[in-house]
Design a binder for this molecule. Structure first.
Ligand SMILES: *Cc1c(COP(=O)(O)O)cnc(C)c1O
Length: 221
């Protein structure tokens, strides 16, 4: 099946307000070109260099999402064009994005990445950290707009375990919304779910699924 047919099939099985980010990392350029030709415009990448190369070589009406860990010294390469940064995992990173966005006359949408597994390797804010922030922590910026959260479930064969993690993420979203965003209407997004678990994620309230290998096939390593 072509990538576009797979996306259409997935979209037909989930609510229409759930956005599918086609994760094209480590996929050959011709696969992205074909999906673009077939009309799809929402792509996700996890490394800055690969993202900027693909951005430079493709048409400019693509909505590019950054989903991988982002180093502060690399923000400058993506700030002119990035549509959404899913992986904001520190206040330092938020501040760098804000400063550069202002410089580029942009307001860049971002998601707060949450770490619910407490695994250091995973990256993301812990809820304990967030609970200690002042009320205006996320709304005081001119160059960024925090529109929601992003999270990942542990890799597990146990559906219940994965579902529980998505439930926790959805609950954390509500808590954060209530505490920090009660006076704005743009904090609406929950980015959770990948090829192996997007159905469970959508059941628990995901509004954005990041799907790679199911759409494009196995990645080049
Ligand atoms: C690679 C990646 C995905 C997509 O993974 P698949 O299993 O190929 O769908 C989603 N989210 C993040 C953060 C990723 O790095």
């Amino acid at each position: 099946m072509r990538s576009i047919e797979i996306i259409d099939k997935i979209q037909s099985e989930i609510p229409s307000n759930v956005k599918i980010v086609a994760v094209s990392k480590r996929q050959p350029q011709k696969s992205l070109d074909q999906l673009y030709l077939d009309g799809y415009r929402v792509f996700g990448e996890s490394r800055v260099q690969e993202l900027t190369e693909k951005y430079n070589s493709m048409e400019k009406d693509i909505e590019w999402h950054m989903i991988g860990r982002l180093q502060t010294n690399k923000v400058k390469y993506i700030i002119p064009f990035i549509a959404l940064i899913h992986s904001v995992d520190s206040l330092k990173l938020m501040e760098v994005i804000d400063k550069l966005a202002v410089k580029h006359n942009r307001v860049v949408d971002i998601l707060i990445q949450l770490n619910i597994s407490n695994e250091e390797a995973k990256g993301g804010f812990l809820m304990d950290q967030i609970n200690n922030f002042e009320k205006n922590r996320f709304i005081e910026y001119n160059g960024i707009r925090v529109i929601g959260i992003m999270g990942m479930a542990i890799k597990s064969e146990n559906e219940n375990e994965v579902r529980d993690q998505f439930t926790i993420l959805a609950e954390n979203f509500k808590e954060i919304k209530k505490r920090f965003f009660s006076e704005v209407d743009y904090f609406t997004e929950i980015s959770m779910g990948m090829s192996g678990d997007y159905r469970l994620a959508v059941e628990q309230g995901s509004t954005m699924v990041r799907i790679g290998s199911t759409i494009f096939g196995k990645r080049d390593y």
